[in-house]
Design a protein around this ligand. Sequence first.
Ligand code: NAP
Length: 289
Amino acid sequence: MQVELKNTTKKLCVIGDPVLHSKSPVIQNTMIRTLGLDYLYLCQPVARGTCREWLECAEFAGYAGFNATMPHKQELVPLMDALDEDARMYGAVNTVVLRDGKRYGYNTDGRGFLAALGQAGVATEGRTVLVLGAGGAAKAVAPKLCQAGRAERVIVANRTVEKAEALCAAHGDGRMVPAAFDQETLSRLASEADLVVNCTNLGMTGTAGQFESFGFLDALKDGAAVCDLIYAPAETELLRQARLRGHLGLNGLGMLIWQAVFALEHFTGESIDGGAVLPAVEAALAACG
Ligand code: NAP
């Protein structure tokens, strides 16, 4: 990718461990180039447990900010001077802005998820949503569905049911309900759901895990949609099985792109028309495979 560098170009990056697989540099540099912004976005491996040292390096080197992926999102929280409401709510930071000697922590995952659903025409207001998983992704998705998404009920089904219970209790206004992850429970819950969101690793390229059975999809109502936060492969077996049963399926690419749009807004302090940059980002991602 051609990026024009000037002496004034501001530095951004994504940190993680591992991080070299990250699509954030392609997404961000494409948006930066499309919008004519004077930024450069790099990929920076940072070892687990070294966020404090990294922040000092980034400030010394004059970085304008960075994104964080696994395993740094929680470790960054106490290292910030200020947190936005979502970072506080999830206990995780995915975007850091370094400005005037201060560290501002944000989390754009939940907003990105809702924006992707909205763009695909999937409604959440007043609906029942079945969230599969209670890990880092579910911690952003499930509360956001209740809060900004105005879902009537969000059922969090997880293999380790105690984690689902803790997640629901932490955001307890009664609309988040924990559940087990066995086939019988999933079938019963699927029959009540307008939307199923997979926040587990099951079906992701490079992991051995897969759903034991897709029989629970048979219980879905007509018109129910299935969203998988996974974007590699583009169509997971869950999404394929949902499509074969006539349900709308959505992968995690939209969320990945929209959380990046909102992160770039924080970095630049400018409002960005996500819809206008989307075609260029999708083309760049398709070209890099
Ligand atoms: P995580 O914190 O490690 O959580 C993994 C979740 O999967 C846990 O709920 C875990 O259950 C469950 N799980 C793992 N193996 C399982 C199995 N064999 N059977 C049943 N459940 C199982 O991971 P994460 O950060 O939440 O990420 C989850 C997925 O979301 C990943 O595929 C990631 O790529 C994707 N994601 C996408 C985006 C995006 O922008 N599109 C953003 C964030 C994450 P236990 O609690 O029982 O272990």
